[in-house]
Design a protein. Structure first.
Length: 148
């Protein structure tokens, strides 16, 4: 059994277990969820399980990325990472951080600074650029397939 098939089976099992947990929590009701008593105090348990699954997933992704780096073409990988870093850098440069009145947020005690505003703006701009590039690459690929 190859690793792809094994990961697909594990992913299916985790998905079924997660769905069962979701229904248990949903059937407990809103008030029980707010007080943390859903399923006999199981909300905290389910949260810890979800944290474990999240960290396991991140670890598996990191391992496969590292494995892919050493088995694949390192030049293409570094070019892709460089392009991503360039997009993030361009987004940060384009973001001003002074787009909105921070007094509204600070009067509520949120402590939003211009640096935080600039980071959020940079993240939004990066999201827009990457989204546009994803849509453009799908359109280009589709048009290329149609023309051939």
């Amino acid at each position: 059994m190859n690793s792809q098939k094994l990961l697909t089976i594990i992913l299916g099992i985790v998905g079924v277990i997660s769905t069962i947990f979701l229904f248990i929590i949903m059937n407990a009701g809103d008030q029980a969820i707010i007080s943390g008593e859903a399923g006999g105090g199981a909300v905290d348990t389910f949260m810890y399980i979800s944290y474990i699954i999240l960290f396991a997933t991140i670890a598996i992704v990191v391992l496969f990325v590292i494995r892919g780096l050493f088995t694949g073409d390192i030049k293409k990988t570094l070019m892709s990472v460089g392009a991503f870093v360039a997009i993030i850098l361009i987004s940060y440069i384009l973001s001003s951080g002074t787009d909105l009145d921070l007094g509204q947020f600070n009067s509520k005690g949120l402590g939003i600074t211009e640096a935080i505003s600039k980071n959020v703006g940079a993240g939004l701009i990066a999201f827009y650029i990457l989204g546009f590039l994803a849509i453009a690459s799908m359109l280009f690929s589709g048009l290329k397939k149609i023309s051939n």
